[in-house]
Design a protein around this ligand. Structure first.
Ligand code: DP6
Length: 360
């Protein structure tokens, strides 16, 4: 599908004067990372992620039809309190999507949002929050145009979410999502995420992700700035090629269940992402000493016990510890004995692979 296919064109819209729609959308953790984009949130390489189960955003949108509809208006309440700090990011999102959902101008929107994880945890909530909001908007479009197919509903939700935050395109469905055109993934697109429909080995069915909260503060450099620095980056072209190759190799591993290669590719991706940050101009480091201490402890535990446990990183200092469900007890002993002291206030979140957003 092309961009034009997402412009709302229905001539026979139903009338809706007011209403409310609610969705819960998950966070996701990329195995092959998106870092670098072109205009209109088009990724420079394809990425693939596990959808998470427990980390999610719940959003409710109340709609009231307006007399005049030239301008778009909304209020935003986050975790029970009116929140103006997020309004500029939301306003930018609405500016980007209004051409695809022009009916929004006919309503005043009241948006209520809350996260299942602590908002100061340093876990990016933009993916789950933009996805939940995009789904609420799609529920409105569906109410106006009930003939819309389920496939179109989810594709356009991902398309809209992408315009809020790139990684949000991967926070609609599950358990594995590819975003970005890639030769080995049928129907893959730069415009929206697609479900990974090839064979998934059973070891990945309930893969675990324990998120160690190393630094719960505000990041010094936002992802958006980091992405932009890839424009003049001396290694950019090589990095985009590497990511696409890693996705080709990973899709083979997802089929065979070869955890040795899985762990190698996932850790390589995490460190390549941070290597890009460290070699941008200006350069920056988001890892903290405790991030490195955790990585070394995981490597040592893996060397000694041969347990298939590995790590990945987002654009921050927190560490995602990834392992099969069958290794839960062993990895918990690693966390309790060696990793907890490196977490801020001993905090961590237990999560696992999930199946995507839910209407609530
Ligand atoms: C490091 O999606 O947060 O998490 O599109 O500017 O909102 P924007 O960036 P964002 O970038 C996240 C990148 C990443 C890797 C990934 O999730 O693929």
């Amino acid at each position: 599908m092309e961009t034009e296919d997402f412009i709302y064109k229905s001539k026979t819209s139903k009338i809706l004067t007011n209403g409310a729609f609610s969705w819960q959308a998950p966070s996701n953790i990329a195995l092959v990372k998106y870092w670098g984009k072109q205009e209109s949130q088009i990724p420079q390489n394809a990425s693939i992620s596990f959808t998470l189960n427990n980390c999610h955003t719940r959003t409710k949108v109340h709609l009231d039809k307006k007399e005049k509809s030239e301008t778009f208006t909304f209020d935003f309440t986050f975790e029970g309190k009116k929140n103006d700090a997020f309004k500029p990011k939301l306003a930018q999102f609405f500016n980007r999507i209004i051409i695809y959902v022009p009916f929004l101008k006919d309503y005043h929107l009241q948006i209520f949002s809350e996260n299942s994880f602590p908002h100061s945890s340093g876990i990016a909530s933009s993916a789950s929050s933009m996805a939940a909001l995009a789904l609420c908007i799609m529920s409105l479009e569906k109410a106006l145009n009930p003939e819309m197919s389920g496939t179109y509903f989810y594709k356009k939700a991902s398309f809209l979410a992408r315009l809020g935050s790139g990684s949000a395109a991967r926070s609609i469905e599950g358990p594995l999502i590819v975003w970005g055109k890639h030769p080995t993934v049928d129907d893959s697109s730069d415009l929206y995420g697609v479900k990974y429909t090839k064979t998934i080995h059973k070891v990945f069915h309930n893969y675990q992700d324990t998120i160690l909260l190393v630094d719960q503060g505000q990041k010094q450099v936002s992802s958006t700035i980091g992405h932009n620095l890839m424009h003049q980056h001396p290694f950019a072209a090589k990095r985009f090629g590497q990511a696409n190759n890693n996705l080709t190799r990973l899709s083979e591993v997802i089929k065979t269940g070869d955890l040795e290669i899985f762990m190698q590719l996932v850790e390589l991706e995490a460190l390549s992402l941070h290597a890009m940050m460290m070699t941008s101009m200006p350069y920056f480091i988001l890892m903290k000493p405790n991030t490195l201490a955790i990585i070394n402890a995981i490597w040592e535990f893996r060397r000694v016990t041969k347990t298939p446990v590995c790590f990945t990183l987002d654009a921050g200092a927190n560490v995602h510890v990834l392992y099969p469900e069958a290794e839960k007890i062993k990895v918990q002993s690693l966390i309790d004995a060696h990793l907890l002291p490196f977490c801020q206030k001993n905090n961590y979140i237990c999560d696992s692979v999930g199946n995507g957003a839910l209407e609530i």
